[in-house]
Design a protein around this ligand. Structure first.
Ligand code: SF4
Ligand code: SF4
Length: 315
């Protein structure tokens, strides 16, 4: 579909009344404080892009790329504008106009192949233990990484040698009587950087009467691809994952990753699958997706005894 014809671009831009409510809430605007970094500024920028008043240049991409896709502005806009969707649509358009081989490989190839990622993470972990990451940082090699990776790399200080998927079974039985069949949506961050969290999530589900299924061949939820202008790849990943879970016939699909649960929400899947024949499947899938903590409390009815530390005061 042409950029101008995409539903958020076609239907939402004119709803912006420039009230600025979104500015107050945007964490990026809170830090940077300039209008082009505010959600309202992004809406205006996308409008200018649509109307041909700014060129689809890398500079425009960089400005729109300051958005974290946290959805806070969208959730609070009195006109009901999905600012993050507008931004994502514009990034995809800008990405098409400014192809980048490194980014194409990273998001169009590497980050669609969990096995390749698993092996690479192993190598990265070894390189880190040998001090090579430090060396690469010192000589500026890491600055050559494409997309958001040059920033993301800075937080990779302790890469575990083994991913979660190399340690977890595709099926974990319930301890005691089975109450639910649960699909565990293993996010990339948990899988490759925090495998102990995945293990703990599976344990807690199993101990509370859930049979846990991790579909073989599960791929990324697609958020990195959406955020990097690769909407077509995000769509393919989503369809792939929908089909995998469909075969498992689970009651719920649970994830411990906040980014995955937001990406797999009904609203977001509607946006990603727009114009495909998978919209109904996407809605049925999203209806079963639940954040792990919500699932534990609302479905498994686990009562949490929250102890308030009196030293802290919330204002
Ligand atoms: S809150 Fe909504 S209507 Fe108001 S400026 Fe932001 S995007 Fe526009
Ligand atoms: S989605 Fe982007 S523009 Fe909106 S509040 Fe979050 S960071 Fe700001």
């Amino acid at each position: 579909m042409e950029f101008k014809e995409l539903p958020p671009v076609k239907e939402q831009i004119m709803k912006c009344v420039r009230c600025g409510k979104c500015r107050e809430l945007c964490p990026v605007f809170g830090e940077i404080g300039i209008e082009s970094a505010a959600p309202r500024g992004h809406v205006f920028m996308v409008q200018m892009l649509r109307d041909g008043k700014v060129e689809p240049s890398p500079e425009v991409y960089e400005k729109l790329g300051q958005c974290l896709m946290c959805e806070t502005c969208s959730a609070n806009c009195p006109s009901g504008i999905d600012v993050h969707e507008l931004n994502a649509a514009a990034r995809a358009y800008l990405n098409d106009k400014n192809p980048n081989r490194g980014k194409d490989f990273l998001f169009g190839n590497f980050w669609t192949k969990p096995e390749m990622m698993k092996q690479s993470i192993k190598v990265a972990s070894l390189a880190q233990r040998l001090g090579l990451q430090k060396l690469a940082r010192n000589i500026g090699l890491t600055r050559l990484l494409p997309g958001d990776l040059k920033d993301a790399e800075k937080i990779l200080d302790n890469i575990p040698p083994h991913s979660a998927r190399s340690q977890l079974s595709a099926y974990t039985p319930a301890q005691g009587e089975s109450r639910y069949r649960v699909g565990y949506f293993l996010g990339c961050g948990t899988d490759f950087l925090n495998p102990e969290i995945a293990q703990a999530a599976v344990n807690v589900l199993s101990r509370n009467g859930c049979e846990v299924f991790i579909p073989e061949g599960l791929k990324c939820c697609g958020l990195p691809h959406i955020a990097n202008g690769k909407m077509d790849v995000a769509r393919q990943l989503t369809i792939h994952n929908l089909k995998l879970f469909e075969k498992l016939n689970v009651d719920y699909i649970v994830t411990d990753c906040g980014s995955c649960s937001a990406t797999l929400s009904k609203k977001n899947l509607k946006f990603v699958l727009e114009g495909t024949s998978y919209q109904e499947d996407g809605a049925a899938f999203a209806a079963r997706v639940m954040d792990l903590t919500v699932f534990l409390v609302d479905v498994l009815d686990i009562q949490v005894d929250v102890k308030i530390d009196r030293k802290w005061r919330v204002t």
